[in-house]
Design a protein around this ligand. Structure first.
Ligand SMILES: *Cc1c(COP(=O)(O)O)cnc(C)c1O
Length: 432
């Protein structure tokens, strides 16, 4: 379920006109639906009942303070990967005691802040990291709660750049080494084994790999629980969303449509995993990012030029790969729709940005309604890994972000001013 739909011929986010938002705040503009974020969280919550669980939203997917605050209000936990993300969660009113700290490169400084803040658990990715956490904890006279990120060596059938759970990836500790690592960790005086974690990758569209990984890890998790008194098993994130087509035809959630049969939905994900997980008697943690926010956002852009070359129609828009890098980086497909619908034939079009790179495109040879200069287009399902991956490449300012709640809307991050981009830069004395 998401809250973007046409009314007559105008695209709305909840009860708010996207065209009016674009006209008021300019483009490129990220627009998020609060209702969609909340519904996604609550749908997953409901599907997981009555399992003892906690959803730790993966902050990296969309870390705007307003989005985080929506999830704080719903009682969510957070999966963080840096000092910056921990500070953001705290700035949004989140409780560090509901945070799990992941990542292969945690620095001493980050570990110290996490310990002082009282994070729920570290997901450790190497023995060297465990030793480092132990050392910092000893210095602070604390006992650090830790879990190992277990690499289950299961193929997630997703894009190579977002597969994490095979031995080809830098993530986690290989299944075969895990028992030895727990035994070793148990001898480190300032560590306490609190749980076990795994994560397969991102944008998984089948339940199968999750089921395989859980089945593969369960005997080990049971053994570790008996030996070390674990409290939780964290099965990571990676729940995929539907990018195509993104606009629901009615009020029904996409996963109730025939097209979604066989795909991952909260219901079939939960139905197949719950019996396995309940048998552990452990608290189950999940780290969904994209699933919560992916369909909850769109990127509005303005058509600057329509350029016909011999063979092709290029629609040149004012958003670029610096605003949304997913097509260039992951070959991602985003549905592109006109903000105001008009009748007329479709034209095979390449929608491209202004950045000086051939990779700066949003689609190629796609039949799209004919557009002209000044029209607004919306790139759908841009709520996850959109703004958070934006850069200042080509000295382009970061886009503005708006959160919609019914008929209300608020700028939750203003467009960056150009001078801010180079404000911190300095010309050295010898060049003055
Ligand atoms: C990126 C990541 C997530 C979230 O992934 P999604 O595909 O957005 O659900 C969760 N856990 C870990 C360890 C991650 O690296």
């Amino acid at each position: 379920m998401h809250s973007f739909a046409y009314r007559q011929n105008e695209l709305f986010c909840e009860q708010t006109s996207v065209r009016k938002l674009a006209a008021t705040h300019g483009t490129p503009l990220y627009v998020y639906s609060q209702e969609t974020v909340a519904r996604r969280f609550q749908d997953l919550e409901a599907a997981l009942q009555p399992l003892d669980h906690r959803i730790c939203y993966a902050v990296k997917a969309n870390s705007n303070l307003a989005v985080l605050r929506v999830l704080v209000r719903l009682g969510g936990g957070f999966d963080i990967v840096s000092e910056g993300e921990l500070r953001r969660v705290m700035a949004a009113g989140g409780d560090p005691a509901r945070c799990v700290f992941a990542g292969v490169g945690k620095t001493e400084r980050e570990i110290e802040l996490a310990l002082r803040s009282g994070v729920y658990c570290f997901n450790a990715e190497s023995e060297a990291e465990l030793e480092r956490i132990n050392r910092v904890a000893a210095r602070l006279r604390q006992i650090a709660p830790v879990a190992v990120r277990i690499n289950p060596n299961v193929d997630a059938h997703t894009h190579p750049k977002i597969t994490t759970g095979t031995y080809e990836n830098k993530f986690g500790i290989a299944l075969e080494q895990v028992e030895r690592v727990y035994a070793r960790g148990a001898r480190l005086k300032n560590l306490r084994w609190r749980g076990a974690q795994t994560h397969l990758g991102s944008q998984l569209t089948e339940v199968e790999p999750f089921e395989l990984a859980v089945k593969k890890l369960l005997p080990l998790v049971r053994k570790l629980t008996e030996r070390y008194g674990l409290e939780f098993f964290n099965i990571g994130g990676g729940l995929g969303i539907v990018y195509q087509p993104a606009l629901a035809s009615g009020a029904a959630p996409w996963w109730s449509s025939p097209a979604a049969r066989g795909l991952l939905t909260p219901a079939n994900y939960a139905a197949r995993l719950k019996p396995l997980l309940a048998a552990t008697g452990l608290k189950i943690l999940l780290e969904p990012g994209r699933f919560i926010v992916g369909n909850a956002g769109l990127l509005v852009t303005r058509v600057e030029y329509v350029k016909q070359t011999g063979r092709k129609t290029f629609v040149i828009v004012d958003a670029g790969m610096n605003d949304l890098i997913r097509p260039a980086m992951y070959d991602a497909w985003h549905e592109i729709v006109p903000v105001t619908r008009r009748r007329g034939p479709r034209v095979s079009s390449d929608v491209v940005g202004p950045v000086c790179e051939s990779g700066d495109y949003f689609c190629k040879d796609r039949p799209l309604p004919k557009v002209r200069e000044g029209d607004y287009l919306a790139l759908l399902s841009a709520g996850a890994y959109g703004f958070v991956m934006a850069s200042n490449y080509n000295t382009r300012p970061l886009a503005a972000e708006v959160l919609v709640h019914g008929t209300r809307s608020a700028v939750v991050r203003p467009r960056q001013r150009l001078e801010e981009i180079w404000a911190a830069e300095k010309i050295p004395a010898w060049l003055r």
